[in-house]
Design a protein around this ligand. Structure first.
Ligand code: ATP
Ligand code: MG
Length: 229
């Protein structure tokens, strides 16, 4: 379980997040929505230890991690797929996936990742940079998954991606949810995708959580209009 309480975050002098509290139970998918520049990415970076968090608490399975360096958070099992397609374009698909194994040195690649992303198995020798944008996003998610994270953070996984691959990504997220051993926090602005995959939603505005609830209880399109996503 991820439990964030009264978190603040800043870049240099500018305070971006204020009093952010959020909980994700194991096996749950939570989505964070909000318009551009409100602090969604900053929240994911705070969880990874990539920005300053002067106050508040971030606990994973009951252990306080707010003072831990990023690599220790990754070792504890937090996977992060940043916004954009963060793969190594000059390395092959296989090499990109093997980099995901850093946390489990000496282990072999668990082939079950190809059950989730069959397309990647057909392109193992291809350079990452030659894949389509959607395939690169799938590769980035697959690379995060081979380290067997207990919490996976995805920053706008559908941004700029063709509809057929968005459906593939939704299918993978629902399959992961069915396994029950991983929780996901997904920053997402595409509301139909949110409605399809999320159990619980948070809406952010100006660095604060302004609305939250079970996906089925919220009128997300109305909320989207209200906070002008
Ligand atoms: N490295 C940085 N240094 C200073 N300010 C930053 C930095 N990165 C982001 N910001 C500022 O922090 C605020 C929140 O940015 P953030 O990237 O978290 O927003 P976001 O909700 O993810 O937006 P988007 O939907 O465009 O990705 C913005 O005002 C942005 O200009
Ligand atoms: Mg962002």
């Amino acid at each position: 379980m991820l439990d964030i309480a009264k978190l603040s975050a800043c870049y240099e002098e500018s305070l971006i997040l204020q009093d952010v509290s959020l909980t994700i139970h194991n096996g749950q998918v939570a989505c964070l929505i909000g318009r551009n520049g409100v602090g969604k990415t900053t929240l994911l970076k705070s969880i990874m230890g990539l920005v300053k968090t002067p106050s508040g608490s971030i606990s994973l399975e009951g252990a306080e991690i707010i003072k831990m360096p990023t690599y220790r958070r990754a070792l504890l099992g937090i996977g992060y797929v940043p916004q954009g397609r963060d793969i190594f374009p000059q390395l092959s698909v296989q090499e990109n996936l093997l980099l995901g194994l850093e946390r489990n040195k000496g282990k072999r690649l668990d082939e079950s990742v190809f059950d989730l992303f069959p397309v990647l198995k057909t392109m193992l020798k291809k350079k990452g940079g030659t894949l389509s944008g959607g395939q690169q996003q799938q590769l980035a998610i697959a690379r995060a998954l081979v380290s067997k994270p207990q919490l996976l953070l995805l920053d706008e996984p559908t941004e700029g991606i063709q509809p057929s691959i968005i459906q593939e990504i939704a299918r993978v997220i629902k399959a992961l949810k069915g396994r029950g051993d991983i929780s996901l926090l997904i920053v997402e602005q595409y509301i139909d995708f949110v409605m399809e995959v999320a159990d619980y939603c948070y809406a952010m505005d100006k660095g604060r959580i302004v609305m939250q609830g079970k996906t089925g209880d919220l009128d997300l399109h109305h909320i989207q209009e209200q906070i002008a996503i």
